[in-house]
Design a protein around this ligand. Structure first.
Ligand code: BEZ
Ligand code: FE
Length: 288
């Protein structure tokens, strides 16, 4: 077939895919072609605009390194990461809601004993995190793995500092005790801008958007026989809760940061008076 034009090219490309043996690959390729062609017909880009789009994607790729994932930022800021998350975690009932993983998760964090401080190279207001992990019937999940990471009180993750990953600061792995409880110490995180010195930052500027995320602590909670929950706990009152640049906030994930007046936390751990308390009960759904 020849003589392609705006009226017949979409069908021609779809027909060219008919020999694709893998059904899923064919389904995805067809949908990509249909939606991409429809998108172009809607916006009717000039050739300069299309060259600009290709340049944008090229620069997005070139910005990626061991510690910088510009494509994840692009997916996050266009609401795609949250959409993929929603499509894959249709949990019912009281299961803890999920949200974006983000680009700052590091698998090889330190395993620390309950009660340890995860912040050794950062200053900031003291915080104790006291949480629990249970199933949807309220039964504790002993030994559940809790991976946590967060920004400092200037809004930076360890990987964004010069020492980079070698610092492994404000991130750690814990195992819940026999009652499904866990606790650790750190500093209160601040709201922060996502890395915005690259193409995604330029895109946000062009769209008239700010680059901020409300203050939060990340958690990845897992246990054999249960769905893994990737989520954050957001701090109540943050000015960016309603305009998170990556659309990650859910009401059920917001917790009040209490101030502990005495020298004992509600769960009976010694603290300096004035320490902030972040408490959150995680509920894991059974594996489907
Ligand atoms: C984060 O919370 O770490 C994050 C999520 C999405 C984009 C940038 C950062
Ligand atoms: Fe974060």
């Amino acid at each position: 077939m020849r003589n392609f034009n705006e009226d017949n090219i979409t069908q021609a490309v779809l027909e060219r895919l008919s020999g694709c043996e893998n059904e899923r690959t064919r389904q995805i390729s067809e949908a990509l072609v249909r939606h991409l062609h429809a998108f172009l017909k809607e916006i009717e880009p000039t050739e300069a605009e299309w060259a600009g789009a290709i340049d944008f994607l090229t620069r997005t790729g070139q910005m990626c390194s061991e510690t910088r994932q510009e494509f994840i930022l692009l997916s996050d800021t266009l609401g795609v990461s949250m959409l993929v998350d929603a499509l894959n975690h249709r949990f019912t009932g009281n299961a803890t809601e999920t949200t974006v993983l983000g680009p700052f998760y590091v698998e090889e964090a330190r395993d620390l004993p309950l009660g340890a401080s995860i912040s050794h190279a950062s200053d900031g207001p003291a915080m104790i995190v006291e949480g629990s992990v249970s199933d949807q019937h309220g039964e504790p999940i002993a030994g559940a793995l809790i991976e946590t990471w967060h920004a400092d009180d200037h809004g930076f993750y360890d990987v964004q500092r010069e020492a980079g990953l070698t610092a492994l600061d404000m991130r750690a792995r814990f195992h819940a005790d026999e009652n499904g409880r866990f606790w650790f110490r750190s500093i209160v995180p601040a709201f922060y801008p996502i890395p915005n010195d690259g193409p995604v930052g330029k895109m946000l500027d062009a769209q008239g958007r700010h680059p901020y995320r409300p203050a939060h602590v990340h958690f990845k909670v897992s246990a054999p026989g249960f769905e893994t929950i990737v989520t954050h706990v957001f701090i109540e009152g943050d000015r960016y809760l309603d305009s998170d640049v990556v659309f990650g906030v859910k009401d059920g994930l917001i917790a009040r940061l209490e101030t502990i007046e005495g020298s004992m936390s509600p769960a009976g751990h010694e603290v300096t008076p004035g320490t902030a308390l972040l408490a959150y009960p995680f509920v894991l759904p059974a594996k489907r």
